[in-house]
Design a protein around this ligand. Structure first.
Ligand SMILES: [Zn+2]
Length: 247
């Protein structure tokens, strides 16, 4: 693998994830973004679901078993999953049944947003869409990609939704993220040893797997799983209607 400096694939397994959760549990109380979070020893555990709802439910169930609560931010413009497919809606229902919350993972670049009025308009549209599709209430959002406009959008709330990356949260919570499948600035181990008062942990569930494989292999595995599921769905539909599966 190229660019493999400091990458340890054993660190990004679900087994390792459990170990991190236990360590966080020893030091912090997990809270939702909607809770009274401005106290000491709070962990905001956030998952931006960029790639895989199957991975999200794996993480959700582990957290449920450990009594951990977190917020899963669902990405309506995702290339990897379709929120309107009943299969995926059912996965989101299972995440909710684990006691977790759902937020909106918002991609402002889809709309070429340049001002707060249009930002709030589209934010509201997408939040309402998730509310209707999943029959839930959406109270928080996170940004998928950043640009100059997003970097300036630092208020606590927009369109009555709590921003996961407000200036206030950034000021009180020390942040770590597994973006691109590795810890970018410091390892989780070192981060937890620093004993911060409050922490904001962002993970992308697709990066946490049973096997010790590279981030690229994780993406390929998610795509391969999707291919199999979609093909099985097609074959099932053909058989159900007694049609020919012409290859
Ligand atoms: Zn994202």
């Amino acid at each position: 693998m190229s660019n493999s400096i400091n990458y340890d694939s054993s660190e990004f397994t679900l087994k390792s994830y459990k170990t991190y959760l236990k360590r966080i549990q020893d030091q912090y109380v997990f809270k939702f973004f909607t809770d009274d979070i401005y106290q000491e020893s709070v962990c905001l555990l956030r998952h931006d679901v960029d790639f895989s709802l199957e991975s999200a439910i794996n993480v959700a169930e582990i957290e449920y078993e450990m009594g951990v609560k977190s917020t899963f931010f669902i990405y309506p413009h995702c290339r990897f999953y379709n929120i309107f497919w009943e299969r995926n809606r059912d996965i989101v229902s299972r995440i909710i049944a684990c006691g977790h919350r759902i937020g909106l993972h918002f991609d402002s670049q889809f709309y070429s947003i340049a001002n707060t009025v249009s930002f709030e308009k589209y934010l509201e549209i997408e939040a309402q869409m998730l509310e209707k599709v999943f029959d839930i209430s959406i109270k928080t959002f996170s940004f998928h990609r950043t640009d100059d406009f997003i970097l300036r959008s630092t208020k606590e709330r927009y369109a009555n939704l709590i921003s996961a990356t407000s200036k206030k949260i950034k000021g009180v919570f020390n942040y770590i993220s597994d973006s691109n499948g590795h810890w970018r600035f410091k390892s989780m181990d070192n981060f937890l040893k620093e004993n911060h008062k409050n922490i904001h942990v962002l993970t992308h569930p697709g990066w946490w797997t049973y096997d010790e494989i590279t981030p690229r292999a994780k993406i390929e595995s998610i795509m391969e799983e999707n291919r199999k599921i979609i093909l099985a769905d097609y074959i099932n539909a053909v058989n159900q209607h007694n049609r020919l599966d012409i290859k």
